[in-house]
Design a protein. Structure first.
Length: 153
């Protein structure tokens, strides 16, 4: 016999990259875990929801495991049941633990900090070569190449 679980049927419009998600609870149902399912990607079976609830449903919470899940797939089954494939939302599930961590962030997607060494950050993508007459050095038979770094004038 598969394990009985309490599934909160939820709806969210928050992007999955956000730590906290705003959710609206649609309903709460008892469901059973399909044999061979994992806690990270569970497949649950429950009584069929109304059509409007099925269309809105894109997020879930399993109370016994204390985890939030994205809905990957909803499949209609015989005997007025539906099978729901889920995938754990680690950001919302562990948001309190993540917020409690003290960290030093070395890389960030949008803001560059000159205080951190970041080999992946492109500072300048073009080279400037300019020929200038600097006068005669030595005799007229020798040529010199002058290189200036860091935006010298």
């Amino acid at each position: 016999m598969a394990e009985q679980l309490t599934l909160k049927v939820l709806k969210t419009s928050t992007d999955k990259k956000y730590l906290s998600k705003s959710v609206n609870e649609i309903t709460e149902k008892k469901c059973r875990l399909k044999e061979g399912s994992s806690i990270v990607n569970p497949v649950v079976i429950l009584k069929k929801l109304s059509d409007s609830h099925t269309r809105q449903f894109n997020y879930a919470y399993i109370r016994e495991w204390g985890r939030y899940y994205f809905v990957n797939d909803i499949v209609e089954m015989p005997a007025e049941q539906i099978q729901i494939s889920l995938h754990v939302d680690v950001l919302n599930t562990y948001k309190d633990n993540i917020r409690g961590i003290t960290t030093l962030i070395e890389r960030q997607e949008n803001v560059y900090s000159p205080y951190f060494v970041d080999e992946e950050m492109l500072v300048r993508t073009t080279r400037f070569r300019e020929k200038k007459n600097i006068g005669v050095i030595g005799g007229n038979t020798a040529y010199y190449y002058l290189t200036v770094n860091n935006g010298g004038v």
